[in-house]
Design a protein around this ligand. Sequence first.
Ligand code: HAM
Length: 425
Amino acid sequence: MSRDEKFRAPKGVHDVLPPDSGQWAVIVARFAERARRYGYGLAITPMFEHVEVFQRVGEHTDVVSKEMYELTDKGGRRLALRPEGTASVVRAYVEHRPAPPWKVWYVAPNFRYERAQKGRYRQHWQLGVEALGVSDAAVDVEVIALLHGFYRDLGLTDVRLLLNSMGDAQTRPAFVAALRAHFLAHGRALGDEFLARVDANPMRVLDTKVEAWQDVIESAPQLTAYLSDVAAAHFEQVQEGLRALAIDVELAPRLVRGFDYYTSTTFEFQSAALDAAQNAVGGGGRYDGLAEEFGGPPTPGIGFGTGLERIVLALDALGASVDVPGIDVFVVDGLGDGAGTTVGTLVEALRAEGFAVDRAYGGRSVKAQWKAADKSGAAVTVMVGRDELARDAVAVKDLASGEQVEVPRTGLVAWLMARNEEISR
Ligand code: HAM
């Protein structure tokens, strides 16, 4: 590896820097606010866990068997970087035993050794929620509505919601057996990898995108035909709840999603603005048996994860973007007092009032500072000059209209607030 290559970010990972990161900050803040309104608290779990925590979510899935970043620490522990958020949250639930219902949200990076391409990265960020301890279909509806409304508020208008039920632990074996029989009867010619998957877990064949396998997948038995009465009734309640909220769904009997923990409700939001191979902006479902796998009491659970990079890509593809608040005020130092107190005090005072304020540094010429003010995108420039100061005033210029006025120093905050009010009217 050349020196140049060594000092670049590794393949498949990215820096997110201003100004692009401004969108990220707004999206995360909106999600945090939405989660708060739905009664979810923030959960921060470690970025790595004992490798067994993730093995529980699906030994036969690519994410666990092929893509995990594993390491042995200096104490000889086998650890893995988190490939997804659910396992860590459920591990934390079982470890701390909070009183159910336990509703949490997260924003976190995940690591998968993927074939890196647009929309598919080796580190990606997810916003997500998990609700533990509730089997009521009302929470399925709530979780889906939370994500649906989040996309709508961001302006992601071209997402469709796919919905399926994976049934429950009692009825799943009958479906898996029927699926295996179907694949063995019609897919023997598809090769060793196909047969190995059928042998390990035929459901993992359903979510592959291998072109040659699609015919036999198309004709495979459908999960919903194998639902128990209880699972079918739950699925019906979820659909009814979504209908009541006017949330459109498409039933997707082949949607099995990529982890072994899913039971009952599963869903995925796909964006038509993204390439087909990675068009899922978010997805999730129930995992009613996972807490027990970690040694906890039987605890139903449901949640979703939505990829931040994909949200931004989908917004870009639609030509949409979220409004990122910029700088309100740029202060130009016409006194040449550099680190001096007059300008510094004014800048701090405005920031304390809640304005976003920037300035130049290093005693630059007034002309250079005006240029910096223009570049900053600030709505208003406040110039502290000797003449104005002698009258205990400052010069204020509205950079949009070009209008310039003199405002008494003590009246500056009131003037800026009045201007903001006028604009928002
Ligand atoms: P997932 O479908 O693997 O589910 O990931 C959730 C979302 O993360 C995807 O819909 C996609 O937007 C994004 N994503 C996944 N992998 C990548 C990648 N390599 N590059 C960019 N974005 C990616 C889960 O992880 C489950 N834990 C979701 C869940 C929560 N189920 C129940 N609770």
